[in-house]
Each structure stands twice: as C-alpha cells, then as structure tokens.
Write a protein that binds this ligand. Structure first.
Ligand code: MN
Ligand code: MN
Length: 466
C-alpha cells in the first residue's frame, strides 16, 4: 500500500465519515445479518396488525421463559416477566443486578402500522357491487392504496359478547379485496386534483362482492349474499360490525429485494423493523446490570393517544409497580432511567434528493440512525436528546462495533414528524430516537436494508448491556 500523505492521515484522524456496513462487517457477519432477517420476515408475515404482533411477541416471550408480571412480588436478577396491555401493547422486563433506584433501560418501539380500518357500519351495496366503507389509520398517501390486494384482519364481538378472530386474504387460496381506481382513459377530472385528493378518504371503499343471493329480484341481494357467507363462516350478523375492529392490510408477504437480496420489501416495516430487533435484543440479554424493559406499543401512527398508546399511563404505572415492593417511588426510577425510542427514519432516496439535506440524512446500509430530534418548525413538538445521553449511547454502540449514523427527517422546514420519544421523555427519563432507515415509509410496500436491521439488533442489545 502506498504510504498515506500527511493530509490523508490527518483527514482520517479528524474527519467524520459514515461507514457502509459492507466495508465494516466481514462475510460471517453479513451472513448473520441475512439469517437474522429471515426470522424478521417471518414476524412481518405473521404479525400484520398490532393485535397479531402483540400475540406473536407474547408467545415468543413465553418460549424464552417470560411469565405474566405479578404486582407486589419481589423478583431477582435474571427473572423475566411481561405485561399484556389490552392485547395491543406489550411490556417485557428482565430484572437486573442493580437496584431499581439506578433506573431501568428501556427500548420503545411501536407495532401498529398505517392501514385502512373498517367503519363501524361498513357494508353497503351500490349498483350490484358490495363494498366496505373505511377510515384510514395513520399518515398514508391515500393514492397509494387503490389496486393493492388487501387482506382483512381483526376481531368481531357478537351480540352475546363472544369473539371471533378474522384473518382472510393472505393464505394461499384465500380471496382478497381491493380499493378500485379510475382508468387513465377517464381520469381527466381526477388528474386536476392536488396530490392529497387524487384519492379522497371517502373513496377508499373496499370491493368485497358482486353476486346476488338467489334468483329473485330485489334490493341489496349482493350485500345479503355477503352477509350470508360471513354468517356461515364467522357466525356474525351486520349488527356485529358495530363491536368489531377490522383492519385492511396489504396481502403481499415480505420478500428479498434487489438482485443482491440486500434489502427487504414489505408492508409494515414502520415500526416492526425496530420492534423485532427490540424484543430479540431483550431476549438475548440474560442477566443484565440494569433492569431492562422493552415496550412494544400501539397507536404511535395516530399520535400515541388512547389507553394502548404511550401517551397513556401504562408504562409509568408499570414502572411504579416494579418499585412498589421495595418502596422505591416510580418517579425515582424514571428519573434515573434511559430509553432508546426505536423508530424508523427516512432513508435518503436519490430519486427525491431535493427534500433531504445530504450531510444530515440517513443512508441505507450505513447502519442504524440516531435521530437527536424530530418535530417541525424550529424543533417544535419533539424530544431533543441531551448531548450527555447521546454520548452514552455513542459509547455503547462503538464499544460493540455497531454501524450507526445520525439523521434528520429531511431538510429544515421541508416537513416533519414525531415518535414516542417525547412521551417517554415527558416522564423524566433520558431518551433518544434510534432506528432503521426506510424507503417509501408508510407506503403499502416499504423498503429497508438487511444490514441495518441486524445493526438495530446489535445496537439495542449493546444499549441494554452497557
Ligand atoms: Mn414509526
Ligand atoms: Mn410511522
């Protein structure tokens, strides 16, 4: 190798440069990342909704020896418990060697994703077609959802209070459903609409049938035929939709993306791509110094409101319950605690380069993104992580050879967004956002790089153990 010039040597010493995982990891580690991602893809295909993800996580945790948390019980280092928050959020906890007075380590990711929810009275017939009315959930670009094959997942509570689980559309042989779009030959009026109204909210109607019941002429016979099929299969009537939660999600399973298979295309990466590394990192930590919590939460995509979202008191109360047998107030634990808000950030997309500020954007394959602040309009509505805490996380990542980068959500004043970070920060803990860069975030089919998914696992584990 030719000798470095003085300037080259000095640059190496003084300049900051993002590193591509392929130049940092050896072949063994790249293979490890690919193997890890196969399991992640299985999680993506199984847990399509927050309920299904929560169920998957609880089952996986039980296999790892986690048991339901009991209040007023004293636990010892290495004990593993979980708390099921109404079937839609989960807290996992592994007790550490240190006293709770020294705080806990928290990973917080969300398991809800943008989708189309059925309205409480969804089914109607118009011009011999049966359709479902929907109300979209989370920040979607509405024009992306027509002509995407959809599956229907959720629960229906019948008149007598009994519950039936619905999951139809994504098993081989299942029928699926679709929101229709206008043909280009007749879209002149539609073409003049602004992007947010190319498809309007009330146009997100899902086609579910077209054949009438029987041979008699009459009203609503296509709708009747659908209800007959639903009644035979699920034992439900139209009124039972009133007490149902049914979510339409894209049918297509997670797939390898690219000739080099370096990426994964799937529905729901945001934020299962951080949820999966979070709970698997928690599983990998056996007898940690600090008590470790992983919070897999619902409702992030709609602002974290509601009793399964992180604006509610469920995390605060759980932490208070942890301290109670030792007479340690929850507020003392929280004050000493630290948290990685594990959520995705926008990956730099060369096709839409103008919205990113390249020096502070996150790139695919350059590791997990540490996002100091999100928000908009001059850092409004965000947790802005303290430099003290960023320094600690930096040390934890570097010690474990984690490939990581920093990133902002686009150019200043280009747009904005938020995560659960501020809600955990509002409890008094140290928090910073760390997650995987994503392309086409919130689309029915999002893209991530496999090496970044693996680095999330590695980074989260390093944080819990640091
Ligand atoms: Mn997210
Ligand atoms: Mn999101």
């Amino acid at each position: 190798m030719p000798k470095k010039t003085e300037a080259e040597a000095l640059k190496e010493k003084l300049f900051y440069e993002r590193k591509h995982a392929s130049y940092v990891c050896d072949e063994k580690e790249i293979k490890k990342a690919d193997d890890y991602c196969r399991e992640y893809m299985n999680f993506l295909n199984t847990g399509r909704t927050e309920r299904e993800a929560a169920e998957y996580i609880i089952k996986a945790a039980e296999k790892q020896g986690f048991v339901p948390f009991e209040k007023n019980k004293k636990y010892k280092a290495g004990d593993k418990v979980y708390s099921d928050i109404r079937g839609k959020s989960v807290i996992l906890c592994t007790f550490g060697k240190k006293s709770l007075k020294e705080g806990v380590r928290i990973l917080a990711a969300h398991i809800d994703s943008p989708r189309l929810d059925l309205k409480p009275n969804p089914l109607y017939e118009e011009d011999d077609l049966a359709l479902f009315k929907t109300h979209y959930y989370g920040g979607i670009k509405k024009y992306q959802w027509p002509t995407v094959p959809l599956a229907l997942h959720g629960v229906v509570f019948r008149k007598d209070g009994s519950c039936v689980t619905v999951r139809v559309g994504d098993e081989p042989g299942d029928p699926c459903f679709v929101v229709t779009d206008l043909l280009p030959h007749l879209d002149r009026q539609q073409a003049d609409r602004p992007m947010t109204k190319v498809i309007k909210g009330e146009e997100l109607n899902i086609l579910v049938g077209s054949r009438p019941f029987g041979k008699e002429k009459g009203d609503n016979l296509v709708k009747l035929n659908i209800l007959k099929i639903l009644n035979e299969k699920y034992g439900i009537t139209e009124e039972d939709f009133l007490s149902a939660e049914l979510e339409a999600v894209p049918v297509f399973p997670a797939v390898d993306l690219g000739f080099d298979r370096s990426m994964i295309g799937s529905y729901g990466h945001d934020d299962r791509v951080c949820a999966y590394p979070s709970f698997t990192a928690q599983f990998a930590v056996k007898k940690p110094a600090y008590t470790c919590l992983t919070v897999l939460t619902d409702k992030e995509e709609t602002g974290s409101d509601g009793n399964t979202g992180l604006q509610s008191a469920y995390l605060k109360h759980f932490i208070s319950d942890l301290g109670e047998p030792y007479a340690i107030p929850g507020r003392d634990i929280l004050r000493a605690s630290s948290c990685l808000s594990a959520d995705v950030n926008a990956g730099y997309d060369p096709t839409f380069a103008s919205v990113y500020e390249k020096k502070n954007a996150a790139f695919l394959n350059k590791g997990i993104v540490l996002t100091k602040y999100t928000g908009s309009g001059g850092k409004g509505g965000t947790n802005d992580a303290n430099a003290e805490f960023v320094s600690l996380v930096r040390q934890a990542f570097d010690k474990a050879n984690v490939v990581w980068q920093t990133g902002e959500l686009g150019k200043v004043d280009e747009g904005g967004g938020g995560t659960v970070a501020k809600y955990v920060a509002n409890l008094g803990a140290q928090v910073v956002d760390v997650g995987v860069p994503v392309l086409s975030m919130h689309a029915p089919f999002e893209t991530v790089a496999k090496s970044d998914v693996y680095m999330a696992f590695k980074g989260f584990k390093a944080f819990l153990e640091f």
